[in-house]
Design a protein around this ligand. Structure first.
Ligand code: PMP
Length: 382
């Protein structure tokens, strides 16, 4: 490529590096001696959202392989042009019944589900209000919608009410957007109170349960199930890529919502359908997650959370270890990596500037010994 092209991009990379914000892809375990302890031990991975370890369950792998053999590696076209997507349709029916909603629709990713759904629901005459710590996919969807966008301080319902009081009367529709478990802080939204508030202002609500699925609720359906809020939230967003151990995202809700998304959600209409192996694996993972095996794994995860969280078992598996300055977070993560622990530094723009952190996510396959090792290493860093 031209020198001018490379120089222009190179300058941007240098600026990122100077600000301590340059990202690069992690090396595979063992490469260059990193990620190994005395050249032997593999990574201890504290970065995965595979909370119940289902991505490696033999039944999930077998279902994925079967779909590969019988349906091929790719779906071949968008769902609207896919006559034999019965695996995807079956998965949707099961997701809908798990979430106790009329219907569900699967997208190629959770990001696509979030970013594609919001612009279908609100437009230029409407209001969309987001929690300040909402995931990038929700922010991008809200921006793309062209609705008036307002942000309320994290989990601050007074802040949300102020916005609704001020803007609701001049908007055709209002949509409140939040996560039930926040991806970078791991805290839980006061959803009962938020739902009561949005009902008072006749607003709609979209809740992203990406990090609650598999972890909360009797059948692992999330915080909405745990709080018995089924039917009071217009749009439920989920992902197949975390506790469901596969890849893809979905929306669950009323039949009319799903039918409109089929017509209007651009990442659904214009993207190739979820690959059959991902759909097959997710279906098997869902069956496990809602069975006794899922309950056992959830209990095990609770024990691991309690061990790391000083006895608190009812919190989420995501623990931020705040480092503050960006360079400090990357230095701590690099030192841990040298000792075989993968706990990545999370920096701006994923989290606010100066709030860089290690993000520890715990899974049911971590052992008490591994948790104690992590704790000892973190103490050394203090
Ligand atoms: N929502 C939240 C809260 C997330 O954390 C993520 C994944 N980082 C997504 C949506 C996107 O899901 P996916 O990885 O399936 O695209």
């Amino acid at each position: 490529m031209s020198r001018e092209f490379r120089t222009a991009l190179g300058r941007e990379l240098e600026e990122l590096a100077e600000a301590g914000l340059l990202r690069s892809l992690p090396q595979p375990a063992g490469a260059g001696g990193e990620g190994t302890v005395e050249g032997k031990t593999p990574w201890l991975n504290f970065a995965s959202s595979d909370y119940l370890g289902l991505s490696h369950h033999p039944e999930v792998i077998e279902a994925g392989c079967r779909a590969f053999r019988e349906r091929g590696a790719g779906a071949g076209a968008s769902r609207l042009l896919c006559p034999d997507a019965d695996l995807q349709r079956d998965l949707e029916a099961r997701l809908a019944s798990w979430k106790r909603r009329e219907a569900a629709l699967v997208f190629p990713s959770g990001y696509a589900a979030a970013a594609g759904t919001i612009p279908v629901l609100v437009g230029a005459e409407d209001l969309v209000v987001l929690d300040r710590l909402s995931h990038a996919s929700l922010i991008d969807g809200a921006r793309a919608s062209k609705a008036t966008l307002r942000v309320f301080p994290h989990n601050d319902l007074h802040g949300l009410e102020e916005i609704l009081r001020r803007y609701r009367p001049r908007s055709r529709r209002a949509l409140v957007v939040t996560e039930s478990v926040f991806s970078m802080d791991g805290d839980i939204t006061p959803l009962q109170e938020l739902v009561a508030l949005k009902e008072r202002y006749e607003a709609w609500c979209l809740v992203d349960e990406a990090h609650a699925e598999g972890v909360f609720g009797r059948t692992g359906a999330g915080i909405i199930e745990a709080l018995g809020l089924e039917g009071r939230i217009e749009v439920e967003l989920g992902t197949l890529s975390k506790a469901l151990g596969s890849g893809g995202g979905f929306v669950a809700g009323d039949r009319e919502l799903i039918d409109l998304l089929i017509n209007r959600a651009r990442p659904f209409v214009y993207s190739t359908a979820l690959p059959p192996p991902s759909a097959g694996a997710a279906k098997a993972a869902l069956a496990l997650l809602t069975s006794g095996e899922g309950t056992r794994r959830r209990e095990r995860l609770r024990e691991i959370i309690a061990l790391f969280g000083g006895g608190q078992s009812e919190r989420s598996p995501i623990f931020p270890v705040i480092c503050g300055e960006e360079r400090r977070a990357t230095a701590v993560a690099a030192r841990l990596r040298k000792r075989g622990i993968f706990a990545p530094a999370i920096r701006f723009p994923t989290v606010p500037k100066g709030a860089a952190r290690l993000r520890i996510s715990l899974c049911s396959f971590h052992t008490p010994e591994e948790i104690r090792l992590l704790q000892a290493e973190l103490e050394r860093e203090e």
